[in-house]
Design a protein around this ligand. Structure first.
Ligand code: PEP
Ligand code: MN
Length: 361
């Protein structure tokens, strides 16, 4: 998979530290937008964000100040000298944002889920040299997310970044939108040069989890963070539980440990090489054991075939799941992991058993 990306574009930071995008969920008044920006400028924020048009779950709640807010963002850009970003969800938003020289546009999660909307926005931006950040779609569909990048790339936009803001789920979790880290990790694997930013605010839904999620993203080598910040979060017109004051934002950022991706320390290099060797050995053993298990499965299949017995034995499979999960959990492995692993092993065993079944005459 390859996108044609502008690798020299630095997203308004020096790349020595993670990119920091911050600002209110919504622009509410000129005073709020300007005063928040002044505070965030002191906190070394690289890009100022504010929603002008807000996609709300229910009609009747605050739906954004509309295009008047673009004038305030332009003032932030010119007077406070912070690059500004806002969300666009249709062609009219695009036209207005371009008219007010907004530096960066982002596509929200409720828009990236819809290829028609993404295509329309991309078409409205054909020939315009503007950076675009694309939030993950609300459902965990990596191809849909990648499709959105391709649509923008096809119209010539090569300054692209991804934003991981978590996924909507029916499960009861501590998050507003569950972070499924394996999805941005897979995105990075498929498009290594695409910067990925984490939005802990919309993942968390509350202030208390912001630090933990931010640290995790930085540990996973994310390019930066987008965090919502409001001068008085309790009176915010949208997302009040997850916004932090500029001062609290700077405390969160100061606490984040930035680990190196490499170390030239010799002792470290020796230790890591030893540990990797151990992992290689264990993996080899695991493969041998799996091979042994599959050979036994084949023998079981043959025996069943000779005796005219069907392959799948639901009670036995349930029993395996139950006691292996119990045993694995006692050993400190997570239930979700054991179940996933057992399902894969079970499927392969069934395939192997089926491969030795004689067709019935
Ligand atoms: C936002 O950034 O304010 C927003 C609406 O986010 P999302 O699209 O991730 O819900
Ligand atoms: Mn928000």
């Amino acid at each position: 998979m390859s996108l044609n990306l502008d690798k020299n574009f630095n997203w308004f930071n020096n790349k020595q530290t993670p990119l920091l995008i911050a600002g209110p969920c919504s622009a509410e008044s000129r005073e709020q937008v300007i005063n928040t920006a002044k505070e965030l400028k002191k906190e070394k924020v690289n890009i100022y964000r504010a929603g002008i048009w807000k996609p709300r779950t229910r009609p009747g709640s605050f739906e954004g100040v509309g295009s008047i807010g673009l004038e305030w963002l332009k003032e932030v850009k010119q007077e406070i000298e912070l690059p500004v970003a806002t969300e666009v969800a249709n062609t009219s938003h695009v036209e207005q944002a371009l008219k007010f020289d907004i530096d960066i546009l982002w596509i929200g999660a409720r828009t990236s889920v819809n290829p028609f909307a993404v295509q329309e926005i991309a078409d409205a931006l054909a020939g315009v040299d503007i950076p675009i950040m694309i939030k993950n779609p609300i459902n965990p569909d990596l191809d849909l997310w990648i499709g959105a990048f391709e649509r923008f790339n096809k119209v010539g936009i090569n300054k692209l970044a991804a934003i991981h803001r978590g996924f909507s789920t029916h499960e009861k979790t501590i998050f507003r939108n569950k972070p499924q880290w394996q999805i941005p990790i897979e995105l990075k694997k498929r498009i290594p040069e695409l910067p990925i930013i984490c939005d802990p605010s919309h993942i968390a839904g509350n202030r208390d989890l912001l630090y933990k999620i931010s640290q995790k993203a930085i540990d996973l080598n994310f390019h930066g963070l987008m965090i919502e910040s409001h001068l008085d979060p309790t009176s915010a017109l949208s997302d009040k539980n997850q916004q932090v004051t500029p001062n609290d934002l700077s405390k969160i950022i100061a606490k984040i440990i930035i680990r190196k991706t490499k170390s030239s320390d010799n002792q470290f290099k020796i230790q890591i090489a030893e540990l990797r060797q151990q992992i290689d050995n264990v993996d080899e053993e695991l493969l041998n054991l799996l091979c042994e298990r599959m050979n036994i499965a084949e023998m079981v299949g043959k025996l069943k075939s000779d005796n005219g017995v069907t392959i799948l034995k639901t009670a036995r499979w349930r029993e395996i799941l139950r006691n292996r999960t119990q045993s694995g959990e006692q050993k400190g492995l997570s239930k979700a992991f054991i179940i996933k692993l057992l399902k894969a092993i079970h499927q392969e065993s069934i395939n192997r058993q089926a491969s030795v079944m004689e067709p019935l005459n």
